[in-house]
Design a protein around this ligand. Sequence first.
Ligand SMILES: C[S@@+](CC[C@H](N)C(=O)[O-])C[C@H]1O[C@@H](n2cnc3c(N)ncnc32)[C@H](O)[C@@H]1O
Length: 351
Amino acid sequence: MSLRERLAAQIRLGGPLTVAQYMAACLYDPQDGYYAVRPALGAQGDFVTAPGVSQMFGELIGLWAVECWNRMGRPASVRLVEIGPGDGSLMSDLLRAARLSPAFCEAADVWLVEVSEPLRERQRALLGDRLAWARTLEEVPAGAPILLIANEVLDCLPARQLVRADRGWAERMVGLDPEGELVFGLAPTTAIDRDASPGAVLEISAAQQALGAEIGARVVEEGGAALLIDYGRAVPGFGDTLQAIRAHRKEHPLASPGEADLTVHADFPTVLAAAHAQGAAIPQILTRGGFLFRRGIAPPPEALTAARPDRGDEIGRQLERLVAPDQMGELFKAACIHRPGFVPPAFESPS
Ligand SMILES: C[S@@+](CC[C@H](N)C(=O)[O-])C[C@H]1O[C@@H](n2cnc3c(N)ncnc32)[C@H](O)[C@@H]1O
């Protein structure tokens, strides 16, 4: 039975699903979920992420991690953790740049937190099997400060959608039409008490919030910092951001359950507030372009183009894609969660 058929049977028996339940099934169903079975990153796949645009992205994050470690007083051991490492490119680029500091590489105990078995295989193929893998951050052993990276991961975490209807708030649900096809509907709810104009959509991701709290507690207890980069909102707001992407094209989120990547925007204000509630410091959110500029990316990347004059134009285009406001550089944000008292590079002062 296909995932669509199983979801339809489940709705017939148990009633409509929340958007969060639908997203969780489409992404993580052990038999047919997108990340369980067919995550397709890269130009030939469904979508390209920043490390697929240019190696400069991961390399600058590698230098960020080394500088964090220096500012932390060069601890003898540090957990270098990436959540959602995709095809492993970001970690590969990060480690290449980090090799400039052999002492950091000596201290770094690298952990990859990955739920997708096919992606773990790709990561192993690229990075070798000397690194350590975990399914959750909790599984990464405590006992050392942490430097954590998560790029384009918050947006995979399921969210509910509440809609301000004419007569109050309703929850968007996934039900069945008379022909048995999946269809969006609304169910009245008293879950929130907030003012908004009719038609406004409020997205609530308990999973994003929980990850923010977990990271916050971890950096407070063990020390260190987390860098979260994603497309999303920097201030609380409304909007329907549920999106399905397959083969680089948007499609209706109900069109092909489990076969497309489903995302919502990262809700940075909520993630950071959850971390702050655990005692963590949360400096002002930067745009991704702003973060990369503060870390030294500069048009044109003279040294790189001098080293490879044959690829100067290509490198210029890649850089443009990473930082230009009208491309991905402004919609994407970079946020940091760290132990109070520590000052992470790039997040020293307001932008
Ligand atoms: C859009 S990809 C981004 C990959 C990579 N960070 C990059 O920038 O190319 C999302 C990654 O997060 C992983 N992921 C999704 N949900 C996750 C979860 N709940 N916990 C840990 N990893 C998750 C996916 O398997 C995948 O590796």
